[in-house]
Write a protein that binds this ligand. Structure first.
Ligand code: MSP
Length: 511
């Protein structure tokens, strides 16, 4: 059953010190699939992405290039928008933390925390890691470095602190009361153990550099970049105001998609900041895994990050999106290899789905005067295939709601497999002479099945699915999930000339 419940999904906002690569494409594609799916399912959707532009890391990267921090941020933020364009990302809002609406909202949140007695001025002495923009405890360091392997610096300065320690029990109660708020389960357990081990108050301002949002009333301090960045999720909704009911409609967020490396900020600090300001914590946070490339960690020095435009140029946007979500369970780590991508592209896409569509559409074109054929009485095999296609939505929706994208795709492709077997068994080419009416029924059954498959595949492979729906002459208005039942293919509808949708990938000969 579809519903008009609002759905608010976010990606992390990307640091502008790095140019976009596969690791950034991943959460963005996942959020896009969710946003598209929910829109097709009749929900009111807001899909937010953007760039995280303040902090010492960005300030240093800009200086190294001889640019002002804002010039540098403008340049890289534009590159992230370009990533969204090449990946067919349907975001509704793109926030930059240097925007006025954001700065105003962060300062308002600060003042609210201050008003509620959640902030105090103190002295910080400890380790800070610029690359991670995170504070570490002496006990967390490994061989004098951050647990992520990055360098740390000793820091002693006057800082404002947030009374995080006071939120320990209320955070634990929140996790307990909302077992699905942090996923996957193993990550939730890690967060709970971390909080149980004891929380210290958190330094939330800095004085030793200036590229950030000034602390209201004390401009010698800039606000800690994570307090600044996390707040994007509400400043984009107009916090502290509620213009066009954006905040009251979309908060609390339905889902924050984050990498496992930034789960602690989202699952511990963020709910604590929100609750401390009298706001609801997020409904759900999903921590996805990390990709390696051909077995290697992606790194700037290895230069193996795979920029999104290279990815798309090489494999095509739909195959790239498909691969990222099909290859791994969303919470797991995995490897991006050329061989694996080509395997999926030529197997699942070209051979299985592409050939199915091509075979059926070419036969209809040749044997049914290029019009949707009229079915006669359905056999048990016809009904079985159509039922399998009609049952897909419910199962796929359940998987998508759990962010089990690989299972959603596996489910859809199971029916692709059923349909391919059905073509072989029914052999419509052989019926052409012996029983043309039966051939029409078989081809109708297949075309209807392909209509279901293409409608459901839209969130994942929007370009290819839309081409396929054009070839079935399915009008735009009949591409939502509600149309599964209400708008079956109409016999006699003329169809355009069929065209392949997934070219096979052929490796250039060596040398
Ligand atoms: N700016 C912060 C997020 C603030 S959200 C309020 C940040 N930015 S980031 O650009 O460094 O990383 C953004 C996301 O990219 C993270 O969720 C991270 O997990 C993801 N990835 C970066 N490299 C990755 C892989 N190799 N594999 C998968 N995802 C990776 O953190």
């Amino acid at each position: 059953m579809s519903t008009d419940r609002p759905f608010f999904v976010t990606t992390p906002i990307y640091y502008v010190n790095d140019t976009p690569h596969l690791g950034h494409a991943y959460p963005t594609v996942a959020a896009d699939v969710l946003a598209r799916f929910m829109r097709l399912d009749g929900r009111r959707v807001k899909f937010l992405t953007g760039t995280d532009e303040h902090g010492q890391k960005v300030e240093r990267s800009a200086q190294a290039l001889g640019l002002t921090a804002l010039q540098f941020a403008d340049r890289v933020s534009a590159a992230f928008r370009e990533m969204d364009r090449v990946l067919d990302i349907s975001y509704d809002d793109y926030i930059r933390t240097t925007e006025e609406r954001h700065v105003r909202g962060v300062q308002a949140l600060w003042q609210e925390l201050e008003r509620r007695g959640e902030i105090y001025l103190g002295r910080f002495a400890g380790w800070y890691c610029v690359r991670d923009e995170a504070f570490y405890d002496e006990s967390e360091l490994i061989d004098g470095k951050a647990p992520t392997g990055a360098e740390v610096e000793w820091l002693e300065e006057e800082n404002y602190f947030f009374r995080l320690s006071a939120w320990q029990e209320r955070l634990l109660a929140f996790y307990e009361a909302h077992p699905d708020a942090i996923a996957p389960r193993s990550r939730r357990n890690e967060v709970i153990s971390f909080v149980r081990a004891g929380l210290k108050d958190l330094s939330i301002s800095r004085t030793s550099f200036s590229w950030g949002i000034p602390v209201p009333g004390n401009p010698d301090h800039v606000i800690y970049v994570w307090l600044d960045a996390l707040t994007n999720y509400i400043t984009a909704l107009g916090y502290p105001g509620d213009q066009n009911l954006n905040f009251s409609t979309f908060w609390p967020t339905s889902l924050h998609i984050v990498g496992k490396d930034i789960l602690r900020f989202h699952a511990v600090y963020w709910p604590a900041f929100l609750m401390a300001a009298g706001l609801d914590p997020p409904r759900r946070i999903f921590a996805h895994g990390w990709w390696t490339v051909e077995g290697e960690k992606m790194s700037k020095s290895l230069g193996n990050g795979i920029p999104p435009d290279v990815l798309v140029e090489k494999y095509g946007v739909d195959p790239a999106r498909y691969f990222l979500l099909r290859e791994l369970p969303f919470g797991s780590d995995g490897d991006f290899s050329h061989r694996a991508v080509v395997g999926r592209l030529n197997g699942d896409l070209a051979n299985d789905f592409g050939n199915l569509a091509q075979r059926v559409l070419v036969m209809i074109n040749r044997e049914c005067s290029a019009c949707v054929p009229a079915p006669e009485a359905l056999s048990a095999a016809d009904t079985a295939l159509l039922d399998a296609a009609r049952d897909l939505l419910e199962t796929v929706r359940e998987h998508v709601e759990q962010q089990a994208f690989h299972l959603a795709l596996e489910t859809i492709w199971r029916v692709v497999g059923d349909a391919n077997r059905y073509v072989d068994e029914q052999a419509p080419w052989a019926l052409r002479r012996t029983d043309p009416a039966r051939m029409g029924t078989v081809l109708y059954t297949l075309a209807e099945t392909i209509r279901h498959l293409a409608i459901l595949a839209q969130p994942f492979i929007p370009g290819a699915a839309s081409k396929l729906l054009n070839q079935l002459a399915v009008p735009e208005a009949a591409r939502r999930f509600a149309a599964f039942e209400t708008a079956p293919l109409i016999p006699g509808t003329p169809l355009p000339r069929p065209e392949g949708i997934f070219p096979r990938f052929v490796d250039a000969p060596a040398g």
